[in-house]
Structure formats: C-alpha cells, structure tokens
Design a protein around this ligand. Structure first.
Ligand code: AHM
Ligand code: MG
Length: 331
C-alpha cells in the first residue's frame, strides 16, 4: 500500500496556492509570492529552533524589554529580523508591524510598489523555548490603504474583515503552516529533508463542539465574574478536559483540529486581557471562522472589533461554535 503522503501526490505549498487562486491575476501572483516568503521565514526559524542548545543565541533573554513591557528573548529578536529580511527582498510588503516593534517598520525601497502590510507575532509563546516546548508565529496580511506619508499607519485601525490572509506557523514535533486566503483553511507540514511544506489537510473544519477547554486557571480570581461562572459550570460537568500549553498557537491548533474552546479573558486589572488584537486574536478569528468556528470577546464578534491603537489587546474566546456560544451565554 502507498503511504498516505504519497497518495496525496506531495502537493507543495507553492503549487497549492497558485491552484487555489485559480488565476494569474496580479493579486493572485502577489499572494502566492507572499505565502512563499512566509514559508521561507518559517523554515529559517524552524531550523534555528531545532538547534537550540547546540548553536549559541537560541535560548535565553537579551536583557532588553519590549514595547509590551515584556523581557525580550533572543529568539524573539531573531525571528523578527528573519521576517524583516525575508520581506525586504520581496518587493511586496511596504510595512511590517510586529509585537516586537513599537512602530511599524517601513521598507522604503518597497513603498511605492509594495501594497501590503504584514502584521505579526514573530515568536508566540516564547517562554516555552527554554524548555523545548512548542511555539509559533502568527501573521496577518492587509492591503495598505492610502499613501501613509506621515507614517502613522492609521489605516491599520480597522476591523478584521480587512484581512486578505492570515495564518500561523507551529513549531512543534513537526513544523506546520496553517493559513487562509479567505477561501477555507489549509494546513501544510514541513518535510525538513525536502525543505518543502507539503499539503496535510485541505479545508479544515472544526467540530461543532468539543470536550477541551483551554485557559490559564491560575488567573481565576482575576477574571471577571462571567468567566468564573463558566469555569464553575465546567467543573460540575462530566467529560471536559483541561489542556493548556502556554503557547497560543499550539493550544489553538489542538482546538481547530479537535474542537473545544480556548479562552484568554479580561481580568480585573486588564479588562482587555493579554493578547494583541491585530497580530494575535484577529488573525486566529479569521481562521476559525473560515473553519466553521466562532471567535468572540465574550461580548461581541471579534472580527468586528476596531482596534484603538496598533498594539491594542482584546479578550479571546475561540473555538467550536457550540462551546463559544456557551461561554457567551454567561455574559
Ligand atoms: P507572547 O506573544 O509574548 O509569547 O505572549 C502570548 C502568550 C500566548 O502564546 C499564550 O497563550 C499566553 O501568552 C500565555 O499567557 P499566560 O502565561 O498568562 O497564561
Ligand atoms: Mg504572542
């Protein structure tokens, strides 16, 4: 019998994206080039992570603090630089906005022609690196609107429906790239010996409901009351399983594949929670909706939220439609 991967004819990412777009329009060409660049960044980051402890400067902190007030890890800086250098050569992206940079990064050479903005969290869940656990990268692509001559990037302060593409790279036991171009969610697995992302699943669909709930229960007394009530309710039911790995991308990947719900609610001191809208919660909202799931702040559909600033945060309730509706019913 043929192995399953051979049955699938080893569809590579670059071939798949061109096929999916069914056209050779300028935009289709651009998107295909953008996805290939993201894949290249993913390969470079994956290669470096796989050598943690063998080569220098993979583990540990730089000693700096970023815009978010968090200690910067060496891999945060490396991954941010990888995305910048990969997109400098693309000609397509004029601005990159990242968790690691206070202001958007402009690539002047690309600005007259580069019509796209890449929003990203270069390494999500970086506290997992030093213990050899999964981390990810999250990205979202938007069309630049207006010429942004004063470099304020105010056109980014619009809702999630403005996204053209979104996805993540999961650096786990294997490296996976999962994305949407607004026409379903597709996943690819990196074959390191080929250096190619090979199609794993087309049109992923999240189950209607699932038994996993995923949140940091250490924050119980910090949460707002509806979330405490929801968790008390879960504790009284049979059949739920708690799963929380400390990296959003990895926890989200479990949910989108197997169903259930991931939550990062607001707390008394931080009503907007921890996760950032433009490059963490809203890209995942786009993906989950494309896979038949739901994403909410608890009070409203996440895709409709308009950020007040580049690094704005939002609560996150995301996953199977039934599970998300149940959480919302506690508000
Ligand atoms: P980071 O992007 O700075 O790594 O922070 C985001 C991470 C998420 O991956 C994860 O879900 C969350 O922070 C974990 O936070 P906590 O330790 O408060 O549970
Ligand atoms: Mg993050």
């Amino acid at each position: 019998a043929q192995s399953p991967s051979l049955d699938r004819d080893c569809t590579t990412l670059s071939r798949y994206v061109l096929q999916e777009l069914h056209s050779f329009s300028a935009e289709a060409q651009d998107l295909s080039a953008l996805m290939n660049r993201i894949a290249l960044a993913g390969k470079l980051i994956s290669r470096r992570l796989s050598r943690a402890g063998i080569v220098e400067d993979v583990l540990g902190f730089t000693g700096e603090t970023n815009v978010q007030g968090e200690s910067v890890k060496k891999m945060d800086v490396y991954a941010n630089d990888v995305f910048i250098s990969v997109f400098k050569q693309s000609g397509l992206v004029c601005r990159l906005a990242s968790e690691e940079m206070d202001k958007p990064y402009y690539i002047p050479e690309n600005c007259p022609i580069g019509r796209y903005t890449l929003l990203l969290d270069p390494i999500d869940g970086s506290s997992n690196i030093d213990t050899n656990l999964s981390v990810g990268s999250i990205f979202s692509i938007r069309q630049q609107e207006g010429d942004d001559v004063d470099q304020t990037a105010t056109d980014l302060l619009q809702n999630g429906h403005k996204q053209i593409a979104a996805g993540y790279i999961l650096y786990g036991a294997s490296t996976m790239l999962v994305f949407t171009l607004g026409n379903g969610v597709h996943s690819f697995t990196l074959d390191p010996s080929l250096g190619e992302f090979i199609l794993a699943e087309e049109n992923m669909q999240i189950p209607e409901s699932g038994s996993v709930y995923s949140l940091n229960e250490g924050n119980f007394w910090q949460w707002e009351e509806p979330i405490r009530e929801y968790v008390r309710y879960v504790h009284r039911q049979e059949g739920y399983s708690a799963r929380y790995g400390g990296a959003l991308v990895a926890d989200f990947h479990r949910i989108i594949q197997q169903g259930g719900v991931f939550l990062y609610p607001g707390t008394v001191n931080k009503p907007e929670g921890k996760l950032r809208l433009l490059y963490e919660t809203v890209p995942l909202a786009f993906l989950i909706e494309q896979a038949g799931g739901k994403a909410s702040t608890g009070r409203e559909r996440l895709m409709d939220v308009v950020p007040e600033k580049l690094h704005a945060r939002s609560p996150l309730v995301i996953g199977s439609p039934k599970n998300v509706e149940l959480v919302e019913s506690f508000y």
